[in-house]
Design a protein around this ligand. Sequence first.
Ligand code: SF4
Ligand code: SF4
Length: 432
Amino acid sequence: MMNGTAPLEERLDFLDRCARCSQCKFVPTPQSQKHASSCPSMDFVEFHAGSASGQLIMGAGIAHGEFGYTTSLLDAVSACTMCGTCDVSCKINFGESVEPLDGLYALRAKIVDDGQSPKRHRELMDRITAEGNSAGHPRTLRSAWADGLSLGRRCDVLLHIGSTLAYDTNKHAALRAVVQSLQAAGIKVGYLWQEEGSCGALAFDLGYRAQSRDLARKFLSQVAESGAKTVVTFSSSAIAAYRSFYPRMGFSFGDVQPLHFTEYLQQQVAAGVLALGPSNSHGGQTVAFHDTCKSGRLSEPWQRKDLKLTSQMGGYYTSAEPDKVLFGNDGNYEAPRQLLKLMGINVAELERNRAASYCCGATGGVKEAVPAAAKMAAQNRLSELQGTGTDVMVSACGNCAHHLGKHTKGQATVVDLIDLLADSLRPANRGN
Ligand code: SF4
Ligand code: SF4
């Protein structure tokens, strides 16, 4: 395995190993032809260029100097949500010999380095630089959700809210309820208020490595100043950044533990600090759970490994340590399901779940740069409700929930897990 931030030229060997087998277009074990696809950009572009393999071929062409940038090339790359399902599917066959996702990261970084970043990506980065969020909301409103709460900067548990929930006034009551339950249980939680900025995940996805490094460096210094031993984020992008992107860029949390809020709440309930009562709105009902790419497979901790690849099996490369290949299986899948069950809610599985979950289209800059692709992905995902016995889809990601909720066409209900938790969570010592 190579360093995940290697420039495209340094990844050439890996790009050139792509066998053009197209496995990356499909989930490893499809349950039906209708939902066999793993790749939202392939579904939208409807040509090989939309797939991971197509992008690797284009990246190799650029790195070899065989061709330059064209509008259609950049359009195809911009439709990729950086969701990483291709990586899971490819590794089932080829272990670490191709690693398509790291090739996609390198291609996007090369596009930025060559000054070819699409206009909408540049606009996203300008807004992140100016206001600390990609939507361009004023920094002064970032902490409005917490007005009146007593949240210091020195703490045991530092909360990272993320821009999606922080600026969504429909989520403020739920956020406050969850935080007040933590405080009532005696947990010393803290917050950075208007100093909380972007985690750097979107900058990383868009290929803006220098900016992503700066954002990571700043956040880690804020964590150190807080004295916290645990960081709890309500953002799916942030947990992917902490566990997958920061290590790729050489950053470490040291002895601080970064957790997604679902993991932290599950731990606190299991420890008897917090309790969950039955859900008033969905108790006894069945819901389908949407695994978010970034808090799912992309929250699998990334580790630098300098493994030697050996030429075996008639010329294929196989890892010298196949048991260390990152298949996405160590992502955060069980905590949100457990929380739903603890609230008396039954969980139905979508055909594409856990490491093979299908992206809703809201990530990787696609929602902003190619909205039609993002809409198609959401509708594809929602169509998976058919046959599950429920028309309710729950997500633990505010970004996914908001995006999916916009595209239900009145035939499904999308629920943000934090709204359910806010109604049911309480300190354990208050009883159920
Ligand atoms: S990226 Fe992997 S799965 Fe996709 S075509 Fe290449 S070798 Fe096959
Ligand atoms: S990251 Fe997702 S959208 Fe991009 S090529 Fe891979 S599967 Fe397709």
